[in-house]
Design a protein around this ligand. Structure first.
Ligand code: FRU
Length: 466
């Protein structure tokens, strides 16, 4: 595996999972197997474009330190020759089953998709078993991203699909042995005007609530909503006999930032539901302008987020283990009142802020680049950055359901994740700015009233390629 030299001037990330080189996209096959967390990922090891998709493979015992293994799946067979596309993992009888989509361009250049299986005894070496079944005729060849979950009546597989009249949907299959699958129809009644393709569907089983997550393509922007090239969102409800019955037909975007896409969940050995997403989806011209391409790599995954349900709200919280990243901690509460800026020593930071009472409006600026604005009257958060292609400032916003109570912010040299109100809303974004500093600045003073906590932690660099 060739490796890229990094230096401190570049935009690399040091605790978000990235690929050693080349392009990374969706997290795949997330599983806790043989005492290790396995993160597979869509990986083009040969360049920074969307081609040659293999399943890259990283393992960890603690979700902090990662070892990279050889790719688990490579596009070497007739049924996956143009890419081992996204999919999921499932453990049965001590063996690890990977389900993925074989992407094929036939001799006429037309797309063919095969839902394939590969099995492993050790979680490292996989034996491909080839395609599992034929698809029904009601759908185009855009059929992909198998995700498996288990119910009392067997194993279920959900797939992203497209009808012949170019509407996105999802279909399900059922099995009792993970080998033989029967088609069981569509997972949820089609929503009207909801995109031309749904990618990376997922079903999360949480106490008293099921969550259907999917990534529709082709939604038109509406006010604050659907501002990115593609979206990812969820609905809460109940799965009954392979059908999803939503509580409300209300698709809620999972992340309000700029790049989040194609997340996948898994349950770990402690019963936690954890999600990794991809950062992420970009308009092609913007993607081509990402400065890390010069460094031989592009994109990374989100931090692992634990998913919880609070009433009718999904919460995403960075997993507890991330506290192990902390090197030095600074309590800023004592002397913050005199200051309008602070200088940090490294770009790898975590910030925690909470208030005893609803805060006043504020404008914070991080690293001479990302601005976070809170408008107290509307409980509105806006995150602003510079588009690295056009040079223009651009924003994403959301109105919170409750006043701001907590902000937890993870910062890297070109990446940021902002968790608000215990993860009720999250903004993820990349930023690339040659004039970035390590300074944080704020204009307003009243936000400092009622502060309960304001602390900053310098974080460890756990992912380095030298
Ligand atoms: C989502 C996606 C999936 C597909 C994979 C290919 O980002 O388009 O639908 O399986 O990426 O890399």
């Amino acid at each position: 595996m060739s490796e890229v030299e990094q230096n401190d001037e570049d935009y690399t990330v040091h605790y978000h999972l990235r690929a050693p080189h080349g392009l990374i996209n969706d997290p795949n096959g997330l599983v806790y197997f043989n005492n290790q967390y396995h993160v597979f990922f869509q990986w083009n090891p040969e360049g920074t474009t969307h081609a040659n998709k293999t399943w890259g493979h990283a393992v960890s015992s603690d979700l902090i330190e990662w070892d990279y293994l050889r790719p688990a799946l490579e596009p070497t067979d007739w049924f996956d020759k143009d890419g081992c596309y996204s999919g999921s993992a499932f453990e049965k009888d001590g063996k690890l089953y990977l389900f993925y989509t074989g992407n094929v361009r036939n001799v006429d250049g037309e797309r063919e998709s095969y839902q394939c299986l590969a099995i492993s005894e050790d979680g490292i070496h996989f034996e491909k078993k080839g395609p599992l079944f034929d698809h029904p005729n009601n759908y185009t060849a855009h059929l992909r991203d198998p995700k498996i979950w288990q119910e009392k009546d067997g194993y279920w597989m959900i797939l992203g699909a497209q009808t012949h009249d170019l509407k996105g949907t999802t279909i399900v299959y059922r099995s009792t042995d993970l080998l033989n699958w029967s088609f069981e129809g569509e997972f949820m009644g089609a929503l009207s005007d909801f995109g031309y393709m749904w990618e990376c569907p997922d079903v999360l089983k949480l106490p008293n609530k099921d969550v259907f997550v999917f990534s529709p393509q082709g939604l038109e922007a509406k006010g604050d909503l659907y501002q990115n090239i593609f979206q990812t969102g969820y609905m809460l409800g109940e799965v009954k006999a392979g059908k999803f019955i939503p509580d409300k037909e209300n698709f809620v975007e999972m992340d309000r930032g700029f790049e989040f896409y194609a997340p996948q969940s898994f349950k770990d050995n402690n019963g936690r539901t954890i999600v990794f997403g991809w950062m992420g989806a970009m308009v092609p011209e913007v993607e081509e302008a990402v400065p890390t391409i010069k460094e031989g790599w592009i994109h990374h995954l989100t931090l692992p987020r634990e998913i919880k349900i609070d009433g009718d709200q999904l919460l995403q919280q960075p997993v507890e283990e991330l506290k192990e990243l902390r090197l030095q901690s600074f309590d800023l509460l004592k002397d913050i009142s005199q200051k309008d800026r602070i200088e940090l020593s490294t770009p790898e930071q975590e910030m925690n802020c909470s208030w005893n009472e609803a805060p006043a409006s504020f404008t914070w600026n991080f690293r001479n680049e990302v601005t976070v604005i809170y408008e107290a009257a509307e409980k509105r958060i806006t995150v602003e950055r510079t588009n690295w292609l056009t040079g223009e400032r651009e924003t994403r916003s959301v109105n919170l359901t409750r006043s701001l109570e907590t902000v937890q912010l993870f910062l890297e040299d070109s990446s940021m994740e902002i968790y608000l109100n215990q993860g009720a809303e999250v903004f993820s974004l990349r930023y690339f700015n040659d004039n970035r500093t390590n300074e944080w600045q704020w204009k307003d003073e009243n936000w400092k009233d009622h502060l309960a906590d304001l602390s900053v932690h310098e974080l460890k660099r756990t992912i380095q390629f030298k």
